[in-house]
Design a protein around this ligand. Structure first.
Ligand SMILES: [Zn+2]
Length: 78
C-alpha cells in the first residue's frame, strides 16, 4: 500500500479491486493502438459485470481494454 494516510474505505476498495482483477483478466491483448491511447488519456471502455454476490451494493465497472477498475466512481489500478 502506498500510504497510511489513505482512509480505510479507500484501502479496502483497493483490496477489492485487486481481488476483482483476478476474476476479470483484462483484455489488453485485444486492444488496438487507438484503444490503448484512449485508456492512457483516461477515456476507458467501461463494462459492467454482475457482481452483486461478490460485492453487493457496489457500483463496479471494468475497463475492457486495460486493468482499471472503477468502484463507486473511483478508479483503481490493481
Ligand atoms: Zn482502460
Amino acid at each position: 500500500m502506498l500510504s497510511n494516510a489513505l482512509p480505510p474505505r479507500h484501502e479496502s476498495d483497493s483490496e477489492l479491486a485487486s481481488a476483482l482483477a483476478r476474476l476479470w483478466p483484462n483484455r489488453e491483448h485485444e486492444s488496438s493502438a487507438v484503444a490503448s491511447l484512449l485508456c492512457r488519456i483516461g477515456v476507458h471502455y467501461w463494462r459492467q459485470l454482475d457482481l452483486t454476490e461478490f460485492a453487493p451494493h457496489r457500483n463496479i465497472r471494468f475497463c475492457f481494454w486495460c486493468s482499471n477498475i472503477k468502484i463507486d466512481g473511483t478508479i483503481h489500478k490493481p
